[in-house]
Design a protein around this ligand. Structure first.
Ligand code: CAA
Length: 380
């Protein structure tokens, strides 16, 4: 087994690291405190090819692979988890399904501008009364000649307040369960598509999300993605890729926390010596570093499987489960190592702690990942 990155993967990683260090990290604390959407960073990510990392160049992307995408995500998230999830939603939840399931016309009209960063995409699956139970959605699509009329609402839509396009899922047949769902594209400003003001959340303050309403929103058949009935499978296949992105985001948060723990423990003195000399601290650092590495290996394995075009549902779920829970544990220990300063808003430790928590919830909670993993495992 070869654990070496290709030349291209190493280049993408280095480019993302340089950008994250020089341009993202200096803004991260301010973005978080003010809950400010990072317009300038989103634009720069477009210029650098980070908004469509694994989208072929002929469709406006950078033409790299899923491993490069995961590596880049980790770098951006290490600097700012909010900026990273904005990138992740556009890459994994908007561009990737359009690349796989979109028509040539949809690729030209919706994918190319999103992959190049000129426009921004978002993903509408979750509803007020159905998060984990994604196939039981209330949003309805009614056929109207060669159009569909969408009616309902979606919530927690990351990028929603700023997105130019939404990929939204609606039931067209309430009695057909997961086979009664269809996917649609809707551009911002289209009559009946009504994004609401942004949500206020525990963390990732600069990555805005909102509820969106569809009120007799009439869309042409040309905006239907895939065939009627394919929507749930499109959503699930999309989340197989999305969970790699969130796993990589969690790695970035955990790495930032670990690096801060190492630096602080070397400089902070107690009982006449740096606390890094204390075995209590050394053991914490050892656990943090080991868990982070294990999570990274799972994440890169899932990404490598995606690149090979093999089904990676279980591996993505394992990566996301592990990386998100590791991020929370590492961020928790980082606060512990910093003592009182870890609890202060003057340090980044509390931001990582708040930002890590959502990675255990969105794109499928840890409980959903365990369902997905055990379903495959029990099949044998
Ligand atoms: N790829 C392709 N097809 C899949 C699939 C996958 N990964 N997973 C399931 N399917 C297919 C199944 O094969 C099945 O098809 P057949 O009937 O033809 O066999 C069909 O879909 C239904 O599958 P299940 O019976 O397993 O479906 P279920 O209703 O039991 O649900 C679930 C399974 C895993 C619980 C699923 O509902 C799920 O993943 N829920 C979590 C949803 C989620 O992650 N939401 C996140 C929202 S997005 C977000 O958070 C964005 C953000 O802001 C950042």
């Amino acid at each position: 087994m070869n654990f070496e990155l290709t030349e291209e993967q190493a280049l993408v990683q280095q480019m993302a690291r340089d950008f994250a260090t020089k341009e993202v990290a200096p803004l991260a604390r301010e973005l978080d405190r003010e809950g400010r959407w990072p317009t300038e960073l989103v634009r720069r990510m477009g210029e650098l090819g980070l908004m469509g990392v694994a989208v072929p160049t002929e469709h406006g992307g950078a033409g790299a692979d899923a491993v490069s995408y995961a590596l880049a995500m980790e770098e951006i998230a290490r600097a700012c988890a909010s900026t990273a999830v904005i990138m992740s939603v556009n890459n994994s939840l908007f561009c990737d399904p359009l690349l796989k399931f979109g028509t040539e016309e949809q690729k030209r009209e919706f994918l190319a501008p999103a992959a190049s960063g000129d426009k921004l995409g978002c993903f509408g699956l979750t509803e007020p009364a159905s998060g984990s139970d994604a196939s039981h959605m209330a949003t309805f699509a009614e056929k109207d000649g060669d159009h569909w009329i969408l009616e309902g609402s979606k919530n927690w839509i990351t990028n929603g307040p700023h997105a130019d396009f939404i990929l939204v899922f609606a039931a067209h047949d309430r009695h057909a369960g997961s086979k009664g769902t269809t996917a649609f594209l809707v551009p911002e400003g289209h009559p009946g598509f009504l994004p609401q003001p942004r949500d206020h959340k525990l963390g990732i303050h600069a990555a805005h999300s909102c509820t969106v309403f569809f009120e007799r929103c009439r869309v042409p058949k040309a905006w239907q993605v895939g065939e009627p009935g394919m929507g749930f499978k499109i959503a699930m296949a999309t989340l197989d890729g999305g969970r790699i992105g969130i796993a990589a985001q969690a790695l970035g948060i955990a790495r930032a926390a670990l690096e801060e723990s190492i630096a602080y423990s070397k400089e902070r003195k107690a009982f006449g010596e740096p606390i890094a000399n204390k075995q209590a601290i050394q053991f914490m650092i050892a656990d943090m570093a080991t868990e982070l590495d294990a999570a990274r290996l799972l994440t890169l394995r899932a990404a490598a499987m995606k690149d090979r075009g093999v089904r990676h549902t279980q591996q993505s779920a394992m990566a996301k489960l592990m990386a998100s829970e590791v991020a929370t544990r590492v961020a928790h220990k980082n606060i512990q190592i910093h003592g009182g300063y870890g609890y202060s808003v003057e340090y980044d430790a509390e931001r990582h702690y708040r930002d890590a928590r959502i990675t255990e919830i969105y794109e499928g909670t840890s409980e959903i990942q365990r369902i997905v993993i055990s379903a495959t495992a029990l099949k044998g």
